[in-house]
Design a protein around this ligand. Structure first.
Ligand SMILES: [Zn+2]
Length: 335
């Protein structure tokens, strides 16, 4: 009897464990494995133009391929190759890694949502306490891994979201968003068909903001956060817009390549594009201490589960997202 009781307990706890695991589309362990690879010392801080950036690009492309994403180009597969000036009068050959899925709605599939993250970092620099490798775990192996997980989720989905989705892993961000700017300038699809970009940065640190919360950069210039708030009511996640992001960070990542265009000497808000981060603590960014063991993979796995639902919702929503050019001008273009 005692044995039977024990067996029942084990069975029930086992089942609960299984169920909890199933509610996370990509397990935390998987995210951790990917992140530990990209942010390992062997990857030498993923500096643009380095052989390690090629390894990283191949790694991401292999996940896109396994996920069943359609490659960016018939000629170059998942890679969008470009050259960009280096810091020493040299030329760097770099590549973005781009995959796609086609939407399931006959009309909406002609419109696109871009999910993006940069995978480069700043390489090897001045040693601090004997460590000279800037691993870039949170900035931005964490965002890259979030993107890879979403590729796996949506690539494997039988009925795809209504709009089509581009998965873009950008290089060159740390040199001034070179990869994303190249993508926008040489877009494989008409830019006016891109309805939204959600860019992922720093999805591993969450100690200061707390679990199940994120910040949307640019929330002062848009009503998109209101749409998120209405969706989030039925989820365990919250857009922490009470903190109202410092407007400066809005142009500090690849969303800016989509969101802002220059007309003469004026900056005009363009495609709705925002960066989603789970921390308001910038003290570890670009430090040798940005290492993979600091990150919260359970929170990241929960975020991926949340994003699965959010992207399905957004892919079907009218997406009447408005910019507040005046609020933007007040911050960026005051004389
Ligand atoms: Zn970054």
């Amino acid at each position: 009897m005692k044995d039977l009781f024990l067996t029942l307990i084990l069975l029930i706890s086992g089942m609960t464990g299984l169920y909890a695991q199933d509610s996370l589309p990509v397990p935390a362990e998987k995210l951790k494995t990917w992140c530990y690879f990209l942010a390992s010392d062997e990857m030498k801080g993923r500096k643009n133009g380095s052989p390690e950036m090629k390894i990283a690009a191949n790694y991401i492309a292999s996940v896109f391929k396994d996920a069943g994403l359609k490659p960016f180009s018939a000629a170059t597969g998942y890679f969008q190759e470009y050259t960009t000036p280096g810091r020493n009068l040299d030329t760097l050959a770099e590549r973005n890694v781009i995959g796609m899925i086609e939407g399931s709605d006959p009309v909406l599939k002609n419109e696109w949502i871009v999910l993006s993250a940069h995978f480069d970092h700043i390489g090897i620099r001045q040693p601090v306490n004997g460590d000279s490798i800037y691993n870039g775990a949170d900035d931005n192996a964490s965002g890259t891994v979030t993107l890879m997980a979403l590729a796996k989720v949506f690539g494997g989905m039988e009925v795809k979201p209504k709009r089509s989705i581009i998965f873009a892993a950008f290089s060159g961000e740390e040199m001034g968003m070179r990869g994303s700017r190249w993508f926008v300038a040489h877009s494989p699809i008409a830019l006016d068909q891109i309805k939204l970009d959600i860019n992922f940065e720093m999805e591993g640190e969450c100690a200061t903001l707390g679990k199940n919360k994120y910040i949307l950069t640019g929330d002062l210039f848009t009503d998109f956060d209101d749409l998120l708030d209405s969706y989030n009511k039925n989820t365990s996640w919250e857009c922490a817009n009470v903190y109202k992001t410092p407007p400066g960070v809005f142009q500090a990542s690849d969303n800016a390549a989509f969101a802002v265009k220059r007309e003469g000497d004026k900056l005009i808000l363009n495609i709705p594009a925002f960066t989603l981060v789970t921390t308001d603590d910038m003290s570890v960014i670009h430090k040798v201490t940005d290492e993979p063991q600091r990150l919260d993979y359970d929170n990241m796995a929960s975020l991926v589960g949340y994003l699965r639902g959010l992207v399905i919702f957004l892919a079907a929503d009218p997406l009447n997202i408005h910019w507040d050019q005046e609020a933007f001008d007040q911050f960026y273009q005051k004389k």
